[in-house]
Design a protein. Structure first.
Length: 234
């Protein structure tokens, strides 16, 4: 069964420790936290020693992350991501805008910086969520169709299902501003908006995944490259 989506706007806002914005906690567990954060101004991030942080831009914006003594990480556009150690001093530059990011923090014991896998999920791309562990879906643009297939199971009175059960498909739509928790495999496909002008379905979506003992990681955006100006672009 596909659970109902969560409206992110209904989550209570909590101020950041550094006064630079607010955060809305979506889910948390032993050694990890997932939230939607607002970066309201330029300034230093709060330090979280022993944690690994991952960020993803939710809008078509620009964010510069400037570590002490390191190359700046330049996030450009909806879905761009970065990962860094929470105990590393980091300055944020917002270019005069209030930015929204998906924010993941995990203890380094379960998710050291740079570990885990990442992949790019963009417009027109169908994929399946992991069958094991816990995942969260965040549509950034476009409407996304979620499909779950079941073949039936034993009933509450203990009766076995028919020998050749007919597969049952459950469908739900997910839109920007919503998130959905997955604990089983779902087929995720960009869906048209059902108007005469929508002939091709496009969109971007972020998959946040927990897969013990692997880390919680954001699964979107292209691998970072090192251009000639010395900065890391994502």
């Amino acid at each position: 069964m596909i659970p109902p989506p969560l409206n992110l706007a209904t989550l209570p806002a909590e101020p950041w420790r550094n006064g630079g914005g607010v955060t809305r906690v979506i889910a948390q567990g032993a050694g990890w936290r997932l939230s939607l954060a607002e970066i309201a101004k330029d300034g230093a991030f709060s330090l979280f020693p022993g944690m690994t942080r991952s960020l993803a831009l939710t809008g078509d914006d620009a964010l510069d992350l400037i570590p002490a003594g390191g190359l700046p990480i330049l996030l450009r556009g909806c879905g761009a991501t970065a990962q860094f150690a929470g105990g590393e001093p980091m300055e944020a530059k917002c270019h005069g805008k209030i930015l929204s990011v998906i924010n993941l923090m995990v203890t380094q014991a379960t998710g050291p910086t740079g570990s885990g896998s990442s992949r790019f999920i963009c417009h027109g791309a169908r994929f399946d969520t992991p069958a094991e562990g816990e995942s969260w879906l965040f549509p950034l643009t476009g409407t996304w169709q979620l499909d779950a297939v079941s073949t039936g199971s034993a009933s509450a009175d203990g009766e076995a299902p028919p020998p050749n059960p007919v597969p049952r498909v459950e469908t739900r739509l997910l839109r920007p501003g919503e998130t959905l928790r997955c604990t089983a495999s779902l087929s995720v496909t960009p869906a048209p908006e059902f108007s005469p002008h929508d002939t091709v379905a496009t969109g971007k979506i972020v998959l946040a995944r927990i897969r013990p003992p692997a880390p919680l990681c954001l699964c979107i955006a292209l691998p970072a490259s090192v251009p000639s100006d010395g900065a890391r672009h994502v």
